[in-house]
Write a protein that binds this ligand. Sequence first.
Ligand code: GH3
Ligand code: MG
Ligand code: MG
Length: 502
Amino acid sequence: MLRSWLHIQRSSLAIRPTASALRPGVRLFFQLAGCFAFSTAATVLAGPQVQNNSIWASNGLLLSYLLLAPRRRWFAYTFVGLAAQVLGGYLAGGETWQINSAMAIMNIAEVLLAAFLLRKFSTHLPRFTDRAYLIRFFAFAIVGSPAIVGVVFAIIAHQWVHQPILPGLRDWFMTDSLGYAVATPAFVAIFRTRFRGTPKTRWGWLYLLLLVPITFFALQQAQLAALSIISSLLIFILLRLGMGWASMATLLVALMANLYIMHEPLKAAHSADGANPIIRLQVFLTSILFMLYSVSVVMERYRVAEKKLQAAYRTMESMAAIDALTGLANRRRFDECLETEWRRAIRDRAPLSMVLMDVDRFKLYNDTYGHLRGDACLKSIAESVLEGAARRADLVARFGGEEFAVILPNTAAAGAVRVANGIFAALNSRNLTHSASPFGIVTISAGCATVIPHLGQPALDLIEIADRALYTAKDRGRNQIFSAADFAVTGAMPETTPPRTN
Ligand code: GH3
Ligand code: MG
Ligand code: MG
């Protein structure tokens, strides 16, 4: 139920184009309704305005909606937020409706100012682990906007109800500023997190659950030291599950602390140090937030550095496995693959085949055309070999200078010869001139070997058999395939393709 509701909130906020069965209009309606319900609840939970609240989450909540929504929806959200704050203020009681409305208007103006500045100076969605974004968030939402509107509020309150200017400004600024610092990242995280039943999510809920009695206990102690248990747990959540869960946990703590102060003001007020409980909680929340934000920025840096390192390592590894000239697997990769496939073949009692190829009269090619053209020719041959061995499980490698090899898992002798024939056909169709060769074009010789390996047999056996087959093909006049299966058949004609005659 909660999950599907959050899904609607998320999908309509244009953050993630999640597939939804709802029509856009209906979705927007649900989103606005969600924003209204949340904002009203946040306003009511904060208690009577100006009095007894240590944190004002309603503005922070609305700001998270605005930051995630497209600009054209801002008017709708602003209107809903205003209505919610007026209603919430009325439900919470304590002030006349005129005062409630005036405060709501100032609050909404403050949110709009923060949202406008943040949108103007950043092109991406809110990212509270990014240092640059965090600095802007701090400047515009946590400090700038509440300070500007706080001054306006303090002056009006002074004129209207003769409230002293400085305490008025301080209260407005602290409660709103903390509200943004806690609620905006928390709600952005809530709207952007997919609450699937992953182990991480399960741990997240468990920690939040654990936080409730611990916070309750710490608040009962009414001493700053007891509250440090909470900060330790929050840091732990941050390190294990990231900033999203940590800000949700902080929101939970702030909510509980607010409720506690509203309902148990005396107990907290008569604490050992005699400090104002609201200010003490604000100091506590500020220090927690500072810690969470700074740790998350450092963590993000490490994460980015780690990603870069991993990418560099992957590149290096692939470079170490690929032959620079032909782009085929290199000898190292070939050896690794042969070992793996050999073991698999032993396990499965399956045949493992290999085609080993050597370019005919390649020294003469180099002598005739030079090494650079020789290199280009090797590239063409490599492409032909790749074309011929089309199966994905096959590994095509440059075995040595002008030698190539294909490993064919789960392939019997006839299959290996078929692959070799395919490679010959691909190479012949290229018709690469080799004037010094008796065939007039570039040709190769191939040896095919197939083994059903048994335990204890070395993988080198397969290479050795293929090598002998290859040299038989060379001996027999080059430009042909010889299958080692034919060694066993006494007197039988080796399986070959007839040499090309020009
Ligand atoms: P055969 O038909 O008996 O195989 O004769 P061949 O000339 O191909 O055999 P040999 O082993 O005498 O010569 C191989 C040649 O391949 C010699 C070497 O210069 C050339 N070669 C090996 N690697 C490369 C390379 O990366 N680039 C170029 N251009 N030539 C290479
Ligand atoms: Mg050779
Ligand atoms: Mg050769």
